[in-house]
Design a protein around this ligand. Structure first.
Ligand code: FAD
Length: 392
């Protein structure tokens, strides 16, 4: 196993770095480097810039209009974007539903949906969870009843991230209740502008409108929006979840946030405290260990070896590290980070004391990141999966 990058890979990195430096808008990277509020325009502006280059679907094969990069190239692209302060690509379209449509969708679905995802024009949402179906996802109750050439959908999804912007939503729906729960689920693509779809906000601990409830009241969905076969949706759902969990680990963002932590600790003086520097060093070791795990997976993929099923492991470690750096950032900011000032998330907010502009957003960031050990499948449940599939 060779974890060093080849000269070709280093040249590829340099090319990506130069392109991102030339194309990433400075106002967006300022917000990202300071964990400020990103609005829909920020996210979609960057998505469209990438889309115009054919990189919004950076992990896609050439056959579907992607760059056809290998695992190492994809990793280098993600790292360069993260370190430059690019926003995290909203994953629901390019990372989650697109691979499912490529693998299991019809040619018509591929031709209809993939171009809008690649260009960044069409915003997708994920409709998996329901009020009583999260970890136990196979218990979904939202019903889709076949009536001629349509499904009639009734039910509710919840925790739908950024669903307020959604043009389309991919949903797990129940099409059969007779057998095992897993065997009666289908994977449906639903136009969120359809009559009978209602989106209601859920305000999170940090005061932000990030998630939603989505209600379906006799929503008519053409049968051609069914992906693959009826009642086979569970297979497609699991295929998608592996992509989601690897994506959540996000070691590159952790590396960028480590730099921010050091910057704030130096500005606020805690850098002088060796005990605190020990904490930063421990975090750095964990980040390097996570990165090594990611590189091992990539190296195995590159050499065609079967890699361990480590999506769950990456999700657990990545999310814990994300929470840890938000805790240390709060400590580095000290008392200035304590007041929870909603406006401090806006670019340009200065506050009325020295240090306020970089310390005040920390509380919001801290509160927001409590989510990371829950979403994408809670860490407790991931541990169960790792115990069964990796440890045996
Ligand atoms: C910010 C945020 C954004 C989200 N975005 C989306 C989205 O866009 N689309 C979407 O479909 N979903 C989304 N989710 C939902 C997310 O996937 C679920 O919250 C998650 O799967 C957990 O389900 P639950 O909330 O129903 O908790 P529950 O399943 O009710 O679990 C409650 C607690 O019990 C524990 N638990 C449950 N079962 C077990 C077990 N077998 N062994 C040990 N412990 C167990 C869990 O770990 C958890 O601590 C989001 C969630 C959050 C917080």
């Amino acid at each position: 196993m060779d974890l060093n990058f080849t000269p070709e890979e280093q040249a590829f990195r340099a090319e990506i770095r130069a392109w991102v430096a030339a194309h990433l808008p400075a106002d967006i990277s300022h917000k990202v480097h300071n964990a400020l509020r990103l609005n829909k325009d920020d996210l979609q502006r960057w998505a469209k810039i990438l889309g115009a280059k054919g990189w919004h679907g950076w992990a896609w094969p050439k056959q579907f209009g992607g760059p056809g990069w290998n695992a190492i190239q994809r990793h280098l692209f993600e790292e360069e974007c993260a370190m430059a302060g690019a926003p995290r690509i909203v994953p629901f379209g390019p990372v989650m539903v697109a691979p499912v449509i490529m693998a299991f969708g019809s040619r018509e679905q591929q031709e209809r949906h993939l171009p809008g995802i690649m260009s960044g024009e069409v915003w997708w949402s994920q409709g998996y969870s329901e009020p009583s179906s999260g970890s136990d996802l196979a218990s979904v109750k939202t019903r889709a009843e076949r009536q001629g050439d349509k499904f009639i959908v009734n039910g509710q999804k919840t925790w739908t991230t950024l669903g307020q912007y959604g043009d389309w939503i991919f949903c797990l729906v129940r099409t059969d209740s007779t057998g095992k729960p897993q065997t009666g689920i289908s994977f449906l693509l639903i136009d969120m502008k359809s009559p009978g779809v209602t989106v209601r906000p859920i305000i999170m601990l940090d005061g932000e409108h990030e998630v939603n409830e989505v209600f379906f009241d006799n929503v008519e969905v053409p049968v051609e929006n069914l992906v693959g076969e009826e009642n086979k949706g569970w297979t497609y759902a699991k295929y998608l979840l592996a992509h989601e969990r690897t994506n959540i680990a996000d070691v590159n963002r952790a590396k960028r946030e480590l730099e921010r932590l050091k910057r704030i600790a130096k500005l606020e003086g805690l850098w002088e405290d060796t005990r605190f520097r020990d904490q930063i060093a421990l975090l750095e070791v964990d980040i390097v260990a996570l990165e090594m795990m990611v590189l091992r997976v990539l190296s195995a993929e590159k050499s065609g070896k079967q890699s361990l099923d480590v999506a769950g492991l990456l999700k657990i470690r990545g999310s814990e590290i994300q929470q840890r750096y938000t805790e240390l950032l709060m400590q580095a900011g000290g008392p200035f980070s304590l007041p929870f000032i909603h406006e401090a998330m806006e670019a340009g907010w200065q506050g009325d004391h020295v240090g306020a502009a970089h310390c005040a957003p920390l509380a919001s960031h801290y509160f927001n990141y409590r989510k990371t050990t829950i979403y994408g499948g809670s860490n407790e449940v991931q541990r169960n999966i790792v115990a069964q599939t990796v440890l045996g």
